[in-house]
Design a protein around this ligand. Structure first.
Ligand code: BTN
Length: 261
């Protein structure tokens, strides 16, 4: 398949027509020594998967790709990359709208979804493989972006770039722009640290100041979405009682939600 994309030097592309999952392929490659910046891209996936073992519909027309990253950072910092990627995806989608002079409302939903007009357009799946010593990891960062189509039977409503009025975006051009954004935000993360990424993410946060419910493995917890802590955990405030949520699915009550422009 065509793979003569113009990508920043950091990335080395491996392209497939179809594969089980770009994340699975990236994990196999990472285990056999693939370099930092290896990028696996497929036109379709037979077993695409999302967070918490959910399946990810992966017919041709959407973007399915996974980056192999080996940052010289301890594991607890490497997980910040999901925010680096979410900001990169959101900025890439923003630019597509700007190119066509269409007003839009692109937001980041904790932990790592990107929404257009409150509907999910992209999901990110970060997986870690231990490396060197137990305090470093190879990161496989998988990204799915709904360009041509979106699933209709999902718990959280989805959309696609096409459904939002962007009819002539190709997976190739989106991937090129995403790599451009990601190389910039990755460099910012390395030089300025998580604080700048956290602020860029918060500037686009969905549900900020609203009541959120988080489903954890053994309990459900509600509170006002106050901010992110310095590690990227969601801080929910339940009548003055602050709770830091490191992982979980978050839901906002649509009856109390108002999207500000
Ligand atoms: C989510 O929102 O649950 C995360 C979805 C991640 C989907 C992408 S598509 C490319 C990569 N390969 C996979 O199997 N999953 C990720």
């Amino acid at each position: 398949m065509m793979n003569d994309l113009q990508l920043p030097g950091l990335f080395s592309l491996i392209a497939y027509d179809s594969i089980d999952s770009t994340n699975e392929e990236a994990k196999r490659l990472a285990e056999t020594g693939a370099a930092h910046g290896t990028l696996v891209w497929a036109q379709s996936q037979e077993q695409g998967h999302g967070r918490r073992g959910r399946s990810w519909v992966s017919d041709p027309g959407n973007l399915y790709c996974s980056f192999i990253l080996k940052p010289d950072r301890p594991v607890h910092e490497a997980s910040q990359l999901s925010f680096v990627l979410a900001v990169s995806v959101a900025k890439t989608i923003d630019k597509q709208f700007q190119n066509q002079n269409i007003a839009n409302h692109v937001q980041c939903k904790w932990p790592n979804d990107v929404l257009i007009g409150g509907k999910k357009a992209s999901g990110i799946l970060l997986e870690m493989i231990p490396r060197n010593n137990h305090d470093q990891a190879s990161i496989v960062a998988g990204i799915g972006v709904n360009i041509e189509h979106f699933p209709t039977n999902t718990e959280f409503q989805a959309t696609s770039l096409k459904a939002e009025g962007l009819s002539d975006v190709s997976t190739e051009s989106f991937l090129e722009m995403l790599c451009d954004q990601f190389s910039r935000w990755y460099a910012i993360w390395l030089t300025e640290g998580f604080q700048t990424i956290r602020q860029a993410w918060l500037d686009k946060a969905f549900g900020f100041g609203e009541t959120a419910t988080v489903r954890l493995a053994t309990e459900t917890y509600s509170g006002v979405f106050e901010t992110l802590d310095p590690q990227g955990s969601l801080i929910l405030n339940d009548h003055g009682n602050r709770r830091h949520i490191a992982a979980g699915d978050v839901y906002f009550d649509p009856s109390v939600r108002q999207i500000a422009d």
